[in-house]
Design a protein around this ligand. Structure first.
Ligand SMILES: [Zn+2]
Length: 266
C-alpha cells in the first residue's frame, strides 16, 4: 500500500479542521442573530398592529361624532320648522323625522361606547400584564397583556442586542479573514495534488463530508475509531501503526495513526 497517499489526505483533513476551528469561534452567533431578528420582527408587528387599531378607533370616533353632529343640526332645524308648522300633519311628519335622527344618534353612541369599552379592556389587560411583570410571572403574560411602553422598551433592547451581536460576528469575521483565505488557498492546492495522486481517496473523503460528518479522517484512539468509538479489529492495528488506513465498519470514517496527524501539522 502506498502510504504517501493517505498522508496527503490527512494533511487535507488537518487544513479543513483548522478552518472548522475558526468557524467554531463564531459558533452560535449567526443562529443567535437570527433568533433575535425573529423576536424583533414579532415585536414590531405587535406595535404596528396596536398603532393600526388606535388609528382605526380614532377614525371611527371622528365619523360617529360627525354623524351625531349632523343629526343634532337636523333636529334643530326640524324643531324650528315645527314652530312654523301649519297643521298637525306637518308637525307630526317633522316629529317622525326628529325621532329617526334621535335613533341614529343612539346607534352612533352605542358604537362609540363599544369602542371605549374595547379600549378599557385593553387597558385593564395591560394593567394586569404590568402586575404580572412586577411579580416575575412572565409565563402568564399573554400577547395582549404586554403594556405598550414595555413593548416599546423591548423593541429598543432587541435592536441593541442584534446590533451588538452583529458587530461581534463581524469583528470575528474580519479578524480571521486573512487566515481563512490562506487556509482556503492551501486546501485548494492540496485537493489538486490528491486529485492527481489519489482521486478515489478524495472522493471517499468528500462523500463522507457531504453529510453531517466533518472529520472524515480520524485518529485511532485506544484501539478504536475516534469518530464513533467502535473498536478496530486487532488484525488491522499493525497496518494502521505502519501508516496505512482502515475504514471504520461502523461509521465509514478513515482511521489512521495519530502520528500521521502530527506529521500533517509539521
Ligand atoms: Zn467509526
Amino acid at each position: 500500500m502506498d502510504h504517501t497517499k493517505i498522508n496527503l489526505l490527512v494533511r487535507l483533513q488537518h487544513l479543513d479542521n483548522q478552518i472548522e476551528n475558526i468557524v467554531s469561534l463564531q459558533k452560535g452567533l449567526p443562529e443567535e442573530i437570527n433568533a433575535l431578528e425573529e423576536d424583533l420582527a414579532f415585536t414590531k408587528r405587535q406595535i404596528e398592529a396596536r398603532a393600526k387599531t388606535a388609528e382605526e378607533h380614532l377614525k371611527l370616533r371622528q365619523s360617529f361624532n360627525e354623524i351625531i353632529n349632523g343629526c343634532h343640526e337636523r333636529i334643530a332645524s326640524f324643531k324650528e320648522k315645527q314652530t312654523l308648522a301649519r297643521n298637525n300633519k306637518e308637525y307630526d311628519a317633522l316629529s317622525k323625522q326628529i325621532e329617526y335622527e334621535e335613533k341614529e344618534i343612539a346607534q352612533a353612541e352605542i358604537r362609540l361606547q363599544d369602542i371605549s369599552h374595547g379600549e378599557q379592556r385593553t387597558e385593564e389587560l395591560q394593567k394586569k400584564g404590568r402586575q404580572l411583570i412586577e411579580e416575575n410571572r412572565y409565563d402568564e403574560i399573554s400577547e395582549d397583556m404586554m403594556p405598550d411602553d414595555v413593548l416599546q422598551q423591548q423593541l429598543g433592547d432587541l435592536e441593541k442586542q442584534v446590533e451588538h451581536k452583529k458587530e461581534e460576528l463581524n469583528s470575528i469575521v474580519i479578524e480571521t479573514e486573512d487566515e481563512v483565505k490562506g487556509l482556503k488557498k492551501k486546501i485548494d492546492e492540496q485537493r489538486e495534488v490528491i486529485k492527481a495522486e489519489a482521486k478515489r481517496l478524495l472522493d471517499k473523503y468528500d462523500h463522507l463530508r457531504s453529510g453531517t460528518i466533518q472529520n472524515a479522517v480520524v485518529k485511532l484512539n485506544r484501539n478504536a475509531c475516534s469518530g464513533c468509538n467502535t473498536r478496530v479489529p486487532t488484525n488491522r492495528h499493525t497496518m494502521i501503526v505502519q501508516g496505512g488506513f482502515y475504514l471504520c465498519e461502523s461509521c465509514g470514517r478513515i482511521v489512521v495513526h495519530e502520528r500521521l496527524f502530527e506529521e500533517a501539522e509539521g
